[in-house]
Design a binder for this molecule. Structure first.
Ligand SMILES: [Zn+2]
Length: 136
């Protein structure tokens, strides 16, 4: 399987947007500005329409029916940004941005408990969104 990320979609007045985490859908214009964009957005990934007015997660312009998932990528010296998180030998994916963020927060909490926090930097981790069109 191969996945590609979509390019940013230009905004216009009645562009529809949908939240990634709750059931909210509405106009892209109704989305809120994104807080902490440097923590939540990555170069090369799709630009969100804004924050969901209901829950504050990222909302995206609604395109065709798609499958999407999120990876937590680690900045490795040798291979650059890769998803090194695995479960049962398979790369670990998340169905929502929130799920990926929660996992990352938990990861750093575990490091703090293990007193290994100083060996890792949050800057070496990022969340990347992937999307594929559903072919019907
Ligand atoms: Zn929402």
């Amino acid at each position: 399987m191969s996945f590609s990320t979509l390019s940013p979609i230009p905004m216009s007045e009645d562009v529809k947007a949908a939240c990634d985490d709750c059931d909210w859908t509405g106009l892209a214009d109704d989305c809120q500005p994104i807080k902490d964009p440097s923590q939540r957005l990555n170069a090369g990934s799709e630009v969100p329409a804004g924050e969901c007015p209901e829950c504050g997660c990222l909302a995206y312009v609604k395109g065709p029916e798609t499958n999407r998932y999120y990876e937590v990528q680690t900045n490795t010296t040798i291979n650059g940004w890769v998803n090194v998180w695995q479960t049962d030998g398979e790369p670990l994916n998340f169905l929502s941005e929130k799920g990926a963020r929660d996992a990352l927060v938990e990861f750093f909490e575990d490091l703090t408990i293990a007193e290994m926090f100083d060996k890792y930097s949050r800057d070496d981790y990022r969340i990347v969104r992937f999307e594929t069109e559903v072919l019907t």
